[in-house]
Design a protein around this ligand. Structure first.
Ligand code: GLA
Length: 724
């Protein structure tokens, strides 16, 4: 049993293999968090119910023994009823105020995990894999009733949390904040680690000590965004890659998010994560309910490395779904970086022929195949074939590609509309806009209002027409701008604050339709590279294009950052012509991901052809290892300007692949590569110097690598294999 209720202490205890979490029901029905951290045997921790009697004139509840909400570790904090820190829930009620106060009203514990209405979430493969606690808490004055969901995945050191708010009164109410989790920790000696970025430089690791006040990351761009990923970790001061306590949080949401930490006057920390309350107001009519997205929480006392490996295993097993969760994905080549919009059947068939000879398994036709799409200025929404480029439609092209033994993939950008499109001319009110304002353009396009069902029906109908009538094995789903002028012609003025979330729900509905109706299609998400790289998207598409920046050296930081919480199997990573790093380095870097190529296969020299064929063979050789193995970040490019090194170790620890890239040459440099994660007692042979020795010797003494002779951008791989 990973969840128990101790009726003597009035506490819930939630255990994973490595962590414990304790909630107390206090007199007066207040729900308090007593503990989250390394696994402990007891169901109660003394001295945690209050930080200090009061602080800063904090109000007290006289009826509950002068309980001071403002100095207590509240399990799901509410607005305006005595707790004056940032809160998880704020309900504007029929009287016009937003005072919200919830008290315990029952609970339920059961095996397994329920899905969320209309939103993606993690799942249990069998009932025994997870256990769920529902705690009910009610505001007696307004009738707002909250269900807090906690699911424990015991073997992964993972808990998921979310909330559902119901209006049990006869009057309408408005949710002004409805966060997925609130977590009060007793100290503030943590560093906050987040992933900031931009187009072409996604997910840079940023680490800063917590300070008093509110800090954190948010998106109000309508998507999870290049700018700030919905990820945050709190690492104990001094915790590093291999040591120390880390809490990792990742919101399973693709829209406006907010991940905050408030350090208060008691130097305690409150974490608040969920939908960004800015531009959010949700109307809850009598009897209606609102579900928040879920947040995944990982606890690690083995540093950031262990946190990442936990996220990776968990996402591979309990988030990614569909045929390609386990099935080998076809090795693809995409023409985009080689040709951009300039495609024809003839050219693509030549690509396919050359690609086949090199061993590729799928040709992806990117942007440019539809409407009058000769550049980015037109035709989004007109999802019918441009027969000037592809005479006779898709059939002649796909059948020729298939005749070479290659699968065929296609590009869409379903949530967008070009002002210069037949769709816009027919339905000008189908774009995201507000009355009286000319909506701003992004990449010369507008956003299609997928919060509207009739719009979704139309766009999906067009996609279905193409997908069901052709042999298409893969869809690249793009999203190339942020939202502005956020409004919908179909919403009432009261519903204006619902737009952003409704838009995200519309996206989920479309992706659900696609993956349900076409379960054999491999879906790859993309958003100007990695602008929507989040766990919710991973629930639909097992891989996501990591960045438009495919230059191998820049990719190091992008992939190191992305790997903080996303597995290698999720990171679309292609060899391209960008930059000056050798072809070998580009492949070695792309191999740490969902491998593919993004160039013109007709342009290879004879020598390059042989190199690529060998890379394709390596791709097959290491596929299993890369997709299911454990990642160890050995030398981070964020910390070392000269080198980057990482290692993937197979689940059974029988095989490992270490990759080292010389970012910048450092003269007379002796690097001792110390692999990690091997079995101390196994015997291994390494491909660098051929020594056969124990795992312990390899990990402690390492492999001495002289990198002085390697030029900028060169790479080295070392295979480590068990010798039986
Ligand atoms: C985005 C994607 C690219 C490519 C183009 C096509 O930028 O990230 O990979 O698909 O759109 O317009």
């Amino acid at each position: 049993m990973s969840i128990i209720f101790d009726s003597e202490r009035n506490t819930f205890k939630l255990d994973t293999a490595q962590s414990s979490y304790i909630i107390k029901i206090r007199d007066g029905g207040y729900l308090l968090n007593l503990y989250y951290g390394a696994k402990i045997p007891d169901t109660y921790v003394a001295g945690r119910e209050s930080r200090s009697p009061t602080a800063s004139f904090s109000p007290v509840d006289a009826e509950a023994g002068n309980f001071c909400p403002d100095t207590a570790p509240l399990e799901y904090s509410t607005n305006g009823a005595g707790d004056l820190r940032v809160s998880a829930l704020s309900v504007r009620n029929k009287d016009g105020n937003s005072v919200t106060d919830i008290r315990y009203d029952g609970h339920k514990i059961y095996k397994g995990k329920l899905p969320i209405n209309g939103m993606p979430s993690t799942y249990a493969n069998t009932e025994d894999e997870a256990e769920t606690l529902e705690i009910y808490a009610k505001d007696c004055v307004t009738g707002a009733r909250v269900t807090l969901y906690y699911t424990v995945f015991e073997k992964y050191s993972v808990m998921t949390r979310r909330a559902m708010i119901e209006n049990t009164s006869d009057e309408p109410m408005k949710l002004e904040r409805a966060m997925s989790l609130s977590l009060d920790l007793p100290e503030m000696d943590y560093d906050m680690i987040t992933l900031w970025g931009a187009h072409n430089m996604e997910r840079n690791i940023e680490r800063r000590p917590l300070s008093h006040g509110i800090q954190g990351v948010e998106s109000k761009r309508g998507s999870s965004s290049h700018a700030q990923n919905p990820f945050m970790a709190l690492a104990k001061r001094g915790a590093d890659e291999e040591h120390g306590e880390v809490f990792g949080f990742n919101l399973v949401y693709s829209g406006n998010h907010s991940l905050l930490a408030e350090c208060d006057y008691n130097s305690a920390t409150r974490v608040i994560i969920g939908i960004n309350p800015t531009d959010f107001i949700w109307n809850l009519g009598a009897g209606e309910r609102f579900d928040t997205p879920e947040c995944v929480m990982v606890y690690s006392d083995g540093g950031l490395g262990e946190m990442s490996r936990t996220f990776h295993r968990f996402y591979n097993n309990n988030l990614v779904r569909g045929k390609y969760k386990y099935e080998k994905r076809p090795l693809l080549i995409n023409h985009w970086e080689a040709t951009t919009f300039d495609i024809t059947t003839e050219k693509l068939v030549e690509f396919a022929k050359a690609a086949k000879e090199l061993g590729f398994e799928m040709l992806v036709m990117d942007d440019g195949w539809f409407g009058k799409r000769y550049n980015s200025k037109s035709s989004l929404g007109d999802w019918y074939v441009n027969e000037d480029k592809l005479p006779g439609g898709l059939e002649p092209l796909i059948s020729q590609v298939n005749a070479f033994g290659l699968k065929f993939g296609i590009w869409y950008e379903p949530e967008m509309i070009s002002p210069d499109s037949d769709l816009y001319r027919a339905h000008p009110d189908w774009c995201v806009h507000v009355p009286g304002r000319v909506p701003k353009l992004g990449r010369t396009q507008l956003v299609l209002d997928v919060s509207r069902k009739e719009v979704r029906d139309h766009v999906f109908g067009m996609m279905r027409e193409v997908l069901k009538n052709h042999n298409i094995s893969y869809v690249k789903w793009d999203f190339n701008r942020n939202l502005s002028d956020a409004g919908s012609a179909a919403l009432t003025k009261e519903q204006g604050g619902e737009f952003f979330h409704r838009f995200v729900l519309g996206t989920y509905d479309l992706m659900d339709r696609l993956t349900t109706e076409f379960p054999d299609i491999l879906l790859e998400n993309c958003s100007g590279g990695g602008g929507r790289f989040d766990p919710a998207m991973l629930a639909y598409s097992p891989q996501i294009w990591t960045s438009d920046n495919s230059e191998a050296i820049h990719r190091l930081k992008i992939q190191f950052g992305t790997s903080l919480c996303y597995p290698a199997s999720a990171m679309g990573a292609h060899v391209s012509r960008k930059g000056s790093a050798p072809l070998k380095t580009r492949a070695d870097v792309a191999m740490w991901g969902s491998f593919g190529y993004e160039l013109d296969p007709r342009t290879f020299s004879a020598e390059e052809r042989e190199t690529v064929k060998a890379q394709v063979a390596d791709y097959h050789k290491y596929y299993e290892l890369m997709h299911t193995g454990d990642l160890y970040r050995l030398v981070s490019p964020f910390e070392n300007p000269y080198l980057a090194a990482w290692e993937i170790v197979s689940e059974d620890k029988g095989e490992a692949l270490v990759t080292v890239v010389t970012v910048k040459q450092e003269q007379h440099r002796n690097l001792v590569l110390r692999p990690r994660g091997l079995d101390e007692n196994k015997t291994y042979k390494n491909s660098f110097n051929g020594q056969i020795c124990s795992g312990r010797t390899l990990m402690k003494a390492g492999i001495a690598v002289h990198t002085a002779n390697s030029a900028d951008g060169e790479s080295l791989t070392v295979c480590i294999n068990e010798v039986k």
